[in-house]
Design a protein around this ligand. Sequence first.
Ligand SMILES: [Zn+2]
Length: 345
Amino acid sequence: MLNVDPEQTDVYYRYKMPPLACKVEGRGNGIKTVILNIKEVADSLQRPAEILIKSMGTDLGVAMKLENDRWSLTGDHVKADPLKLQNRLYDFIRRGVLCRYKGCRNPETTYLIEKNKLLMRCKACSAKTEATVNDKVYASIYRLENEALQAEIAANKDRRSKDERQEEKWAESTRMSSSYAQQDLEEPEESAVRRESPVSILRSVVESGVAETVIVDKVFDLKQEFGMQEKDMTKLVFRTYFMAESAPNACMLIRSCAPVLRRFTNRNQMSILMEEAEHYAHSNQAIMFSKYPIFLFELMERGVVNENAVLTWHESVRHRGLQKELCVELRGICEPFMSLIRRFC
Ligand SMILES: [Zn+2]
């Protein structure tokens, strides 16, 4: 193996590469030098093989060709001087691989293009220095970097539309379900192994009796893990605390979970919480309808939602996935409470 840096004579130098293995093929005008191990050499330098070939070929002023996965240069570049190509490669390494900041010479550098200049960013000293490769090599690097960038943008776009699909499924799960208890926030991606839902994960955390800060941290972890948005966190927290079996104690329950609910219900999410609460009430109609005014009062009293959010909810009969008659009935039950709010708040 050779040292990547030609000026480096230390045998223990850690950056090594195999010497170029060349083979001359053909005859007459068709004579060419095939570089058999360009891929291995390129990998040791962490550069695309195409760039190395471009650099050697343009320096020598000969044509380059890629055939059946083999790179070759026109002409015999071995006979007259067996080290000719190797020395061309070292030229490229000096100009386009080794960090050029003072005496650094670290070969672990990556390209970036700024103001039409090709720069190398050093992983060791983090300096940005200019690579002095020729125009054709620059053009190739520019194209390859651009392609990599485009691929990255496309991948991000993919991820974004996946987020949107997930969001739709969230919305769907709120609309479609008739039984609130079964309306777990499930991992919407189809997968062979079904992951535990965020609600059941968070519920076991809550049930273990940990401090509120631990619960809050866990919600943020789940947001990350399941790719949730802000409003999903509001739903998640509400659903974690309010299950079918909690209905008899729903008003009391608000007192204990209000700090966490408040943390994930800012002004923009209050309408989301009101919608969640209504779904919960419909699913536990027998218990919840008659005491819904008290439930709303507790939510306001504990600062989870404000009067505006409650009044707005009462004025708009939205019944996504809910029975319209029940929506009207619930608002009727709450009417006396609403007029109190209008009078005193
Ligand atoms: Zn450096």
